[in-house]
Design a protein around this ligand. Structure first.
Ligand SMILES: [Zn+2]
Length: 516
């Protein structure tokens, strides 16, 4: 007898995105959380019993659930609880002050006022706010305003005092503290100094964090995301235990791979299968600051070797061309010392990458995990600020693909919202928020862009055997869209709607007007 299906989705335009199933299908059957059959109406119907739950997809498009291959779960949850100072919420420092003042009034004495998402280039004043700007709005509470990139923040005077940062503070290597040119006093703007600041800011109480994680989960699901890879460089055993608890208590509603921060190498367990939690790559951040690479190249090579030598996968944050070059060099050195097939070492972001460097990455078999949403969200700023010579190689999706580099995509939320449809639009249309073309030569075809959020993202985490396409035996993680992103005109990709989301065979999210 055929295995009875728990759930059958039929009358659908199914895109399996699986090499063995290049044809479209009409229906899909699920049992025990796994895909049982993908094929014609008749093929799926053979598994139907009186108990089978049926979903009539009304001709809509069924895809593998999207995977966000690079996000920051706890930071995103915290951001959803913080004052929103992103360009869609504020237009000036005055707006930021008004928003902070309102939050301070509702915050008990001594409590922190937390704000996120500002972008100095989008503010009317065209500059970073200072401690004095924040003091004017929040004189009595410590306040921290985090830049949209997460790599800078502004503290008010109370927060600087709590963090013990003053005129005598020396910057840590790779960090920078802006000072008033005449007095030498810190202006409150800190770049890459989170270690110092984090030590002073109390963690969110668990109940608040759980609320943030519930909101984050809801948002991921509503975007069709059924699996996330957390790429936080500070992850250690404490963060893992927290995520475990959040998952066990049902606040985190989707399974996750959790990267391990380099400094915590060896702390995380490999997996907690019944919670759907897995340890991901070991994360190292490389950046260029004031013409220098941090960590220095010999140190970076040692760090990468330490991870590689343990047989682990490394994931290196590298945005600028020099940082990507340094990351590639360190990976090459580790592979020279001990060659290893199928290592899948990752470079995250890869913001500027000319063809010679792309060819090098392909030769090293590096996986690039990048952010097509940035093309849309930051495109106008890139066009204004990135030098012409670099612009041609900005998030060069087509060039990386042509070179043969394996690609995956993520939102980097809270840096950008976790909208996969916006990412697909960025990759395919290469247009900014204002509609300007952003190096159209680097556009992908829609199926190639979809692959970055499905099979490519699964590959980047060694999970292609169980996720990333619709074929029998894989996890029943599904997203139903109002239209076919591979067939609609590119301008319509962003306005497609997520209708239904299935995680592990269970309907986890539905648009308010149900699909069936
Ligand atoms: Zn990130």
């Amino acid at each position: 007898m055929l295995t009875p299906a728990d759930l059958i989705l039929h009358n659908a335009n199914v895109l399996p995105l699986d090499t063995a199933l290049a044809e479209r299908a009409q229906a899909l059957a699920v049992a025990g959380g796994l895909i049982l059959a993908v094929g014609s109406e008749a093929q799926a119907a053979r598994h139907k019993t009186a108990e089978t739950q049926l979903v009539d997809c009304q001709g809509r498009t069924l895809l593998p659930g999207f995977i966000d291959a690079h996000c920051h779960l706890l930071a995103y949850a915290a951001a959803l609880l913080s004052v929103d100072c992103s360009p869609s919420a504020v237009a000036s420092i005055g707006d930021i002050q008004a928003a902070l003042r309102a939050r301070a009034e509702a915050t008990p004495a001594g409590g922190w006022v937390r704000a996120v998402g500002y972008d100095e280039s989008a503010l009317a004043e065209g500059r970073h706010p200072t401690r004095w700007d924040l003091d004017a709005a929040v004189p009595h509470h410590p306040a921290r305003l985090i830049h949209r990139t997460g790599h800078a923040c502004v503290l008010n005077s109370a927060a600087l005092g709590t963090a013990g940062i003053d005129i005598a503070t020396e910057e840590p290597p790779g960090g920078h503290m802006e000072r008033d040119p005449s007095s030498g006093e810190p202006t409150g703007l800190l770049l890459e100094m989170d270690d110092l600041v984090d030590a002073a800011v109390p963690p969110l109480p668990y109940a608040e964090l759980a609320e943030g994680v519930r909101r984050a989960s809801e948002r991921f699901l509503s975007e069709g995301i059924t699996y996330v890879q957390d790429a936080t460089a500070s992850n250690g055993i404490e963060e893992w235990r927290l995520l475990e608890r959040l998952r066990r208590e049902g606040h985190l509603r989707l399974p996750a791979a959790v990267m391990e921060g380099y400094r915590c190498l060896g702390e995380l367990p490999e997996a907690v299968p019944d919670l759907g939690l897995r340890r991901g790559a070991a994360k190292i951040a490389v950046s260029e600051l004031g013409g220098e690479i941090y960590p220095r190249e010999p140190d970076l090579a040692e760090m990468v070797w330490e991870v590689h030598g343990r047989g682990r996968q490394v994931s290196i944050h590298a945005v600028e061309e020099r940082a990507v070059t340094a990351a590639a060099g360190a990976i090459a050195e580790a592979l020279d010392r001990r060659p290893r097939p199928d290592h899948r070492h990752r470079i995250e972001h890869c913001g500027i990458c000319p063809p010679e460097l792309a060819a090098r990455l392909a030769e090293l078999e590096v996986v690039v995990v990048t952010q097509p949403t940035f093309v849309y969200h930051n495109g106008d700023a890139y066009l204004a600020r990135v030098p012409e010579t670099d612009l041609a190689h900005l998030y060069p999706l087509a060039a990386l693909r042509r070179a043969g580099v394996a690609l995956a995509a993520g939102s980097d939320c809270p840096v950008a919202p976790p909208s996969v449809l916006t990412g697909l639009y960025g990759a395919v249309a290469r247009r900014s928020r204002r509609g300007s073309p952003v190096v159209r030569e680097q556009a992908l075809r829609p199926v190639e862009a979809l692959h970055m959020y499905t099979g490519g993202a699964a590959f980047a985490a060694f999970e292609e055997a169980s996720r990333g396409s619709l074929s029998p035996g894989k996890r029943a993680d599904l997203v139903l869209l109002s239209g076919d992103p591979a067939a609609v005109p590119e301008e319509e990709i962003r306005s497609l709607r997520v209708e239904l989301v299935v995680v592990g065979g269970e309907i986890a999210w539905r648009a308010s007007a149900p699909a069936s």
